[in-house]
Design a protein around this ligand. Sequence first.
Ligand code: GLU
Length: 365
Amino acid sequence: MFSSFKRVVLKVGSALIAPSGSGCSPHKLFPIAQFIIDCRQRGIEVVLVSSGSIAAGKRHFPKIDSADVSITMKKAMAAAGQAEMVSTWDKLFDFATCQILLTHGDLRDPERYASVSSTIDETLKHGILPIVNENDTITTDKLKVGDNDNLAAMVSAAVGADALILCTDVDGLYSANPKDNPDAKHIPEVRSITDSLRNLDMRTTNSVGTGGMATKVQAAEKAIANGIATYIIHGEQADSFPALLRNENPGTIFFPSKSPINDKDHWLRYTTRAQGELVVNKAGEKTVIDGLLSLSSEQLLEVNGDFNTGDTVVIKSEDGKSLAKAITNCSSCLMSYLTEQEDSSSLNHLDSVYESDQMTLLKEV
Ligand code: GLU
């Protein structure tokens, strides 16, 4: 299977590039770099998503106790360490690399999302290895993805990857944390992500990364829904990488959905984040479920949150069920005003409606 892929996204965490949590070291990266070279030689394009800027930048703040690191300081560490992280990779290759820094604000905006995808395409066409990281320096709570596993899944969808490979410090998913539970069972294959999988004990397995297994399962869920095979592999076991090229499974494989949702629906569902919420009555619920793209003011019970035209909203029933995600063509302010008017005929329509689970409606965004 692996050897038939045309484009893969490889995510490497801080524990591999900055194992001591202070400065980057190429020490653990040689097998990974060789894998990237091997993939490229076989015609498989690689997009690298690498963490490590914060861990690399930490040593420039020597007087700070880890417990006292503020968010602003972390951003400053990311700013101080990002160049070192990229140059550590760059030195391992005799082809060009480039740096791509993203925030959630870039990915949830349709134009910027398209621009991310076309820019990465162009770099790959020219044989350049894109190295993606979250732009931690400028993120805010509202704008951040927060971990590079989910970022890598969003990037995989944006670049139309066939596979997402998440490197970690265990050889895949276990029924419990194998580091403190000797009875933990290895799970080599996952065909669909169930609640029992989501609820596994998935605490962070190392001290320098952000997400642990939980964010890896979230990332896999996003990716497989878009038809992207996802692997969790041990990034420090040198044979993990040649095994992939031999079409073996060195860790856990999450099989891609047999009926992947289309790119636009996927973006709306898995990449955007709702900035507001519309609560509809029974008639509104029917409108949404029937796939009609406009809600009238009589159908709207509540407009919650602060959103602008073009933002994503979630549409909920009176009893709190999420029915759809939609791009609104009306701000929360205007929508609240219009719903309060006696004459409701002028209420703006929603541009598009997206299902929660059972519908797949989406207009151009
Ligand atoms: N973007 C962070 C960094 O470069 C890492 C986030 C993560 O570990 O998932 O340090």
